[in-house]
Design a protein around this ligand. Structure first.
Ligand SMILES: CC(C)(COP(=O)(O)OP(=O)(O)OC[C@H]1O[C@@H](n2cnc3c(N)ncnc32)[C@H](O)[C@@H]1OP(=O)(O)O)[C@@H](O)C(=O)NCCC(=O)NCCS
Length: 205
């Protein structure tokens, strides 16, 4: 394995990483730039060989609830290696460095969603927990309680919704305590806008 640097990118290296990320995940270049910007380029790490960016990833800081306590969690996302450099251990090296850096910062846990388990197992990860996505068409919801008003989230609701999520999460081990960039991803995934709904009881109109 040749000598590789793992570091926070320079502005030129940031552009190279965003291009590799877009190509690797089939994103429009602008969406990729936006996605990385949401996390902040200071949270990007690149793998560089002889001044050339081979790939990179994004790190973020969040938490997970265990036994009612929030445990700091280092998250890893957008792992991407430029196609010509794949299959020579770059992603494995990148992952090992990211995990080492999190440990040095004092994070007891690191998590990610793996596209393929091998690379991540080599960096010390193992599969844990389950992820579910349940979609229910609103038309099939039989609301019996007509007193509840559902309306689009306003900026004033945000902190309340986040606090409710925290209170709920504290009761379920493993639940994510999102940081601001993760909430921003939920509200604005992949460049498209989504609207959160909020309910309140006892109001009409
Ligand atoms: C996945 C990726 C980061 C691997 O980079 P890499 O530098 O080639 O990885 P390494 O050389 O360290 O390890 C290669 C291993 O990954 C496996 N691998 C790579 N892409 C894979 C895929 N799409 N499906 C299954 N396994 C894959 C290889 O089979 C190899 O496994 P092995 O060593 O056990 O045989 C790179 O292929 C990539 O950028 N892919 C597109 C984006 C992506 O899927 N990112 C991961 C999101 S979690």
């Amino acid at each position: 394995m040749p000598s590789l640097d793992f570091r926070i990118p320079t502005p030129e290296e940031q552009e190279s990483y965003a291009e590799i990320f877009a190509r690797s995940f089939g994103l429009e270049p602008d969406d990729a730039v936006q996605w990385v910007r949401n996390f902040g380029y200071e949270n990007t790490r690149v793998l560089v060989e002889g001044g050339h960016v081979l790939g990179g990833l994004v790190v973020y800081r969040a938490g997970q609830w265990f036994g009612g306590r929030r445990v700091p969690m280092g998250g890893i996302a957008a792992v991407a290696i430029d196609p010509p450099y794949r299959g020579r251990g770059c992603a494995t090296a990148l992952m090992r460095e990211a995990v080492r850096a999190f440990a040095e910062e004092g994070f007891p846990i690191a998590t990610l969603y793996p596209a393929t388990p091998g690379i991540y197992r080599r960096a010390g990860f193992e599969q844990a927990g389950s992820r579910f996505e349940i979609r229910v068409p609103l038309s099939q919801c039989l609301f019996r309680e007509r007193e509840v008003v559902v309306r689009a989230e306003t900026p004033d609701d945000r902190r309340t919704i986040e606090e409710l999520h925290r209170r709920h999460g504290a009761r379920y081990p493993g639940t994510l305590d999102r940081s601001d960039p993760l909430w921003a991803r939920i509200r604005n995934p992949g460049g498209s806008r989504r609207t959160a709904a909020t309910c309140s009881q006892g109001q009409t109109g």
